[in-house]
Design a protein around this ligand. Sequence first.
Ligand code: UD1
Ligand code: CA
Length: 468
Amino acid sequence: MFQRTEAPVFAAVLAAGKGTRMRSNRAKVLHTICGVPMVNYVISALEPVAPMETLVVVGHQADEVRAVLPPGVGSVLQEEQNGTGDAVRVALEGIEEEEGILLVVNGDGPLISGRTLVELVERHRVAGVGATVLVAELDDATGLGRVMEDAGVVRIVEEKDATEAERRIRLVNLGLYAFDLSEIRHALGLVGTQNAQGEIYLTDALEIIGRRSRAVTYRVKSLEEAHLVNDRAHLALAEEIVRRRILDAHMRAGVTVRDPVSTHIEASVEIGRDTVVLPGTFLRGGTKIGSDCVIGPSTDLLDTVVGDGALVEHSVGRGAAVGPGANVGPYAYLRPGTVLGEVSKVGAYCELKNTKVGAGSKVPHLSYVGDAEIGEGANLGAGTITANYDGKDKHRTTIGSGVFTGINTNLIAPVTIGENAYLGAGSVVNKDIPPGKMAVGMPARVIRDAPEKVSKDGKKKQGDQGGE
Ligand code: UD1
Ligand code: CA
């Protein structure tokens, strides 16, 4: 069996900062790119490195950041954000081992690839140095640490501490490092806060290590990976790149995307072969689309599962399931718990919630159906509505197979319509209808005073007589 003789790798993800330039109440690493918090991108990039332990340094909104971390990824709290060196010091307190490599990853560089991190570690091992830092040569180095390498010493000067001449340097620090564990422990013990920001700079430790046991730079191969997110414009650019990567992967796997510019697909979404995604479409969360479907244009599906050969146009789905060959839209709204059977149809201006539509059944026009179960081969006339809510509680409606409802049928739940029953246009149904029967009528008539309106805080509403 393969014996691992190499020193183990520990990873520290720096994610405690607020990210002032985001101008946000939310910690920077929680901002999402294609639906996934930024911090999760760097954690995914760590996978091929297979660290023995990954620790995320949290601070700002620590609980919220912890909540998005995948299982197996630990966290350590940096109470005050005293700088990157302090953040690494906190991480080191969580690592007991003496020997190994500490891979430090900047939480705000979501485009970094696993391959680059593997190469950084490999480079570091092969060079046998105390530290290796990932760098890039950028046209615009604004705000980043400038890198100077000389005879095994890497010195990084922050923009705020830099001289005129140093500011002209375009080689920048990307905030990713491989350190010899004992070297970084030692060096951080020596770092002070004598700099423009009064912070403990990790880069000072890098310089100290260089003098003791040599440090080297490693240049990132693709500049795209060097993209760091410090403000919302950077965030949008990162999203643009990730979005395009996701689309490219789907297209290579056999999905037609008519207009990549206007199509937004989150990382977690699955799509089958020969499905066509039309412009203006958003596919998000746990959405899964089968093969040979047409989705869009202008469709927004969140956590929605669509079977093979289904059509969904100009519609919105939230936690719904669309059966194979079903036809949805235009302008349908499928809310959570909606399950459409095979070759069923939900047409224009229909809203369905927590409703099962049996195979081949149709809800073609202008309906609201909530908390209902419709059997197979039923047809609901235009404007069929379930009155599922009596102002206090929700009630269920059951519609048997083969039922036909006329236009503007009102079904006052709880109510059951037996199989193959037939309801005339405009009927208001508040009692169960036996199978195979036809029912019509019930015009509205005044019976008593309307119930008093009570607002959410329990107070009676003044002068609210409802609509006229
Ligand atoms: C740091 C580097 C700079 C480099 C840049 C790349 C230092 C001194 N400077 O800049 O050379 O070009 O990263 O992005 O290291 N963080 C903490 N705790 C803290 C401070 C920061 O966890 O106390 C985290 C932040 O959440 C962020 C990362 O560290 O994810 C970088 O912090 P940031 O303040 O953006 O970097 P700088 O210190 O400005
Ligand atoms: Ca800073």
